[in-house]
Design a protein around this ligand. Structure first.
Ligand code: SF4
Ligand code: SF4
Length: 452
């Protein structure tokens, strides 16, 4: 069978045996990831980009119409990262510049190299989700996405957090346990069309565990997994670091059905349990904030914008959390003797949560793209660039957004159907099955109402 038909089959098949190993079909991908200098180049390019953003933000004009750093971060970089989740999972984290300073300090021997404490392993996830909520809240309330200086301080504070943990602990403990962007990327990566996994047949009997421990003075996996320990897309950075450490050529990059991991995980991971309702609630609040109705209500109640938005954000989060709880009640089961507690509504809503994030970021991208080059012109006094301004009309962007959201809703229904036909056959009552589908539909309508 030719590779592309096998590729198509792996995207739609629910049989894990059908997954296509991209390293076998395209050995160049494996060679690229294994050649560490390629990663070094990419990381250096990322570091330079961040330095430019920070310098421009701190020392450039405070007006976002005259400082390109703001749109570069919020309009180009962040939407590109969000889009990459759907194709390459957490691969962005492999080249992310945030841990660069910490890695540099560790290489200079400035780390205490302590083992990661149990407290961080256990509660890091809650802190990371809280930090993510804080970033989204501050982005809107403090107008971070319009502030060059604020953007720079956000970048610097994440670099500082990462460097502090690198000074204390071995490896990239920030990336594994505390990074808010890493958490959201990990949760989103669970619906990526690719996954990095070991070939367990090849790992059987391995005595070196080089992928985890390191080999010949080369350190092991930076996030304490190693290829053999990768069971889902939540934590692996797809950095390729372990490719050269494995003497049995075990790691694979598989093309897969993007919903297979969500169906297998069944919402067992705490990361998604809180990120999903927060994202959906915050997206509805973020879109609603641009509506006339929001302005009218805010004026009617004499509320300040930060307070009104915070209220909307909390209401959205609590509402979606309530919907998820109610859906779980209708589903009829949330604990299994084999794999313990789970939240079936979380994987059902994950596609909408992340397509919603993509739609919101595309909105920012489309809204500011036409003025990006003129902004560079205004910042560097190149008047000739101001003639390159253009405007992307709202309607095509809204139609594309609606199409993405429709896909997210269909994916949620598909996951519910697969639950009811496979693992939970005979568990969900027909009436409840219909109501859960209706809940997905109502959420879709709510998204479309705030997008248009
Ligand atoms: S991935 Fe390679 S090094 Fe790691 S356990 Fe498997 S065979 Fe051993
Ligand atoms: S398992 Fe391999 S690819 Fe994944 S983070 Fe660890 S070293 Fe990188």
């Amino acid at each position: 069978m030719i590779w592309w038909t096998r590729g198509l089959r792996s995207l739609i098949s629910s049989d894990e045996e059908e997954r296509l190993d991209l390293f076998r079909v395209f050995p160049g991908i494996r060679r690229f990831l294994a050649a560490r200098h390629h990663y070094a180049y990419l990381r250096t390019a990322g570091d330079v980009l961040f330095i430019i953003v920070v310098v421009s933000g701190l020392f450039g004009p405070p007006d976002p119409e005259r400082n390109f750093a703001v749109f570069l971060v919020w309009g180009l970089l962040w939407p590109a990262i969000v889009l990459s989740w759907f194709f390459t999972g957490r691969m962005w984290c492999g080249i992310c510049p945030f841990p660069g300073l910490g890695i540099f300090l560790q290489r200079k021997g400035l780390s205490l190299n302590l083992p990661v404490p149990g407290l961080l392993k256990k509660y890091g996830v809650y802190t990371a989700v809280f930090l993510l909520a804080l970033v989204i809240w501050v982005e809107i309330v403090a107008g971070l996405d319009r502030s060059p200086m604020g953007t720079s301080w956000l970048v610097l504070s994440i670099v500082a957090g990462s460097a502090l943990l690198a000074l204390l602990f071995t490896g990239q403990s920030w990336c594994r346990h505390l990074c808010p962007l890493g958490r959201i990327s990990g949760a989103a990566a669970t619906l990526s069309i690719t996954e990095f996994r070991p070939d367990h047949e090849k790992c059987r009997g391995c005595e070196t565990f080089g992928c985890y421990r390191g080999v010949d003075g080369r350190s092991g996996c930076p996030v304490y997994l190693g290829a053999y320990g990768v069971q889902n897309n939540l934590h692996c950075l797809v950095c390729g670091h372990c490719l050269v450490l494995c003497h049995r050529d075990s790691p694979r990059l598989l093309l897969r059905n993007p919903y297979s991991e969500l169906i297998r995980n069944k919402g067992r991971y705490i990361t998604c349990t809180y990120i999903v309702p927060f994202l959906i609630g915050s997206q509805l609040a973020r879109f609603l904030r641009h509506h006339e109705l929001y302005a009218r209500l805010r004026d009617l109640l004499s509320l300040s914008d930060p307070f009104a938005f915070s209220l909307l954000l909390v209401t959205g989060f609590v509402l979606i959390l309530g919907i998820i709880r109610f859906g779980t009640y209708l589903f009829g089961i949330s604990e299994d003797p084999m794999f313990g507690k789970f939240a079936p509504m979380v994987p059902i809503f994950i596609p909408m949560a992340f397509t919603g994030e993509l739609v919101h970021r595309l909105d920012v991208f489309a809204g500011g793209l036409g003025d990006f080059i003129p902004t560079i012109g205004r910042q560097f006094h190149l008047d000739v660039l101001s003639g390159l301004a253009f405007h992307i009309p709202d309607f095509p962007v809204q139609i594309m957004s609606a199409f993405f959201m429709l896909n997210g809703a269909i994916a949620g229904s598909y996951i519910l159907w697969r639950f009811c036909l496979e693992d939970f056959e005979g568990v969900v009552r027909l009436g409840n099955f219909i109501v859960i589908n209706l809940m997905i539909f109502v959420l879709l309508i709510a998204y479309l109402a705030v997008i248009f």
